[in-house]
Design a protein around this ligand. Sequence first.
Ligand code: DC
Length: 229
Amino acid sequence: MPVPDFLPVVAIDGPAASGKSSTARMVAVALGFRQADSGALYRAVTAARIRKGGDPGTWTEASVLDAASGVSVVAQERVFGVRLAGEVIDEELRGPAVTASVSLIARMRGVRLWANARMRECALVGPIVVDGRDMGTVVFPDAVLKVWLIADTVERARRRSIEMLGRSPSDEELAREATDLERRDRGDSAQTQPAADAVVVDTTRLTQAEQVAQIVALAKTRLRGERAE
Ligand code: DC
């Protein structure tokens, strides 16, 4: 079988809580690729900057980039893990303090260049499934497959609430989560746009297994097409 002269990238982008990371991880396992979550990188830089102290409103880009030097990315079997000062901090990354300030940091141009460089380094290691906001538009414009993953706001809020609370949310909790998601969507809107050639997958009425199967099938078709060229 001819060996492709590039390493394939599958890019999964979409708004907050559309299920990108969990889907990307399962797609990566099914394809035998690694997954790299660009949102985790922005979150790790935010956690790093929070540790240095000070009010988020006063953070300069230089101080954020200085904090970013403590963030590293480690190739594991099926995923790239993000570390801060060599430690696994996955729970802190999902916590409210990081979530509240990450949009602010993700709007800094120098931070975006830093994160993009880290993501491209991951793609040099082997075939990869990447997820985020601008993977298909900015970071990997030549991705073999670009997916734009969307779901209704209320459905996204319901899934996020179940994940955070471990149970079904009350109407009030659901409404609060939906409002928060809309606020985050607005904060990230500049970099959250579908690529012109992205395949839109609306997961509102799909189970996770169904959406993963759809994306894996699309990726396999594209990968076969490329090898035949
Ligand atoms: O997907 P997430 O919630 O983990 O993303 C965290 C933050 O990082 C969110 O504010 C969007 C931002 N982000 C971004 O601007 N570009 C990316 N490629 C990935 C995430």
